[in-house]
Design a binder for this molecule. Structure first.
Ligand code: GLC
Ligand code: MG
Length: 253
């Protein structure tokens, strides 16, 4: 090991089809991350689209290391310990700016192609729908305009050709990572973010190192083609194997 890879780093990863998807590569990655955290105090954070409820189901089914913090629901909730019941109140206060859930739902519900996701995936700062790919572009453009007309410059995030999330202007995975970094005083160059789909794009827009797994969805690959720079790496391997590759590429391991 050289001096560089003994430095602690902040490891942030999406779960579905990024950290999770290749069980044997996950075991190998877990071993290396656990060792680094124990020896050099690196931190592990999951940033998932799942609610806390769906995260817990995944954590029961797969071998996930306990994270140092958990960002759920596409960045609209943040937890610092396993038993915490409520999302971080300071973060909620930031999300509340310019957000009016009831009024936004009322506007969105007028769009025929939007089909509500299950109750578990809705929260005070996240409104989620299913939206078919064939009508997605047109629907999103019209919905955005309708929201703007009422003064709601909120975020519309489309992922994997099926999910549409409506989020506060101050809330997404990327902004949640910034908040966390500032709280922990970790610079962007000591941070790596990993993802595979549309709701991960916001994490790649900062100055952090960004790793895109080889099995990434078209919307993220397209983003990479237009925005890539030396801070971004598209892995040759899928899922956890791609993450290991990225950690080595950026000299974190
Ligand atoms: C997860 C969430 C869902 C969200 C999707 C994309 O699947 O459960 O609510 O729409 O991620 O962000
Ligand atoms: Mg994913």
């Amino acid at each position: 090991m050289n001096a560089d890879n003994m430095s602690p780093f902040l490891f942030v990863t999406d779960l579905d089809n990024t950290l999770v998807g290749d069980d044997s590569a996950l075991l190998e990655l877990n071993q290396q991350l656990a060792k680094h955290r124990e020896r050099y105090h690196s931190k592990i954070v999951y940033a998932t689209g799942r609610s806390l409820y769906l995260y817990r189901l995944l954590a029961e089914a797969k071998s996930l290391l306990p994270p140092d913090a958990l960002i759920t629901s596409v960045g609209t909730e943040m937890y610092f310990d396993q038993n915490q019941q409520q999302s971080d109140p300071e973060w909620s206060k930031i999300l509340a700016q310019g957000w009016n859930r009831e009024a936004i739902v009322k506007i969105a519900n007028q769009f025929e192609h939007l089909q509500s996701q299950p109750k578990s995936e809705q929260n005070p700062f996240k409104i989620s729908y299913y939206l078919a790919e064939a009508v997605a572009n047109e629907t999103i453009t019209r919905l955005k305009a309708a929201l703007m007309a009422q003064g709601y410059g909120i975020k519309l995030i489309y992922s994997a050709g099926q999910d549409l999330d409506l989020l506060p202007k101050n809330g997404d995975k990327g902004l949640a990572v910034q908040f966390l970094r500032q709280r922990w005083e970790i610079p962007p160059e000591q941070t790596i973010v990993c993802g595979d789909s549309g709701n991960d794009i916001s994490m790649f827009e900062g100055l952090e190192k960004g790793l895109i797994v080889s099995n990434a969805k078209p919307e993220l690959l397209q983003w990479y083609e237009t925005n890539r720079d030396k801070n971004h790496h598209l892995a040759h391997s899928p899922c956890a194997g791609g993450i290991l590759e990225g950690l080595k590429h950026f000299n974190f391991l």
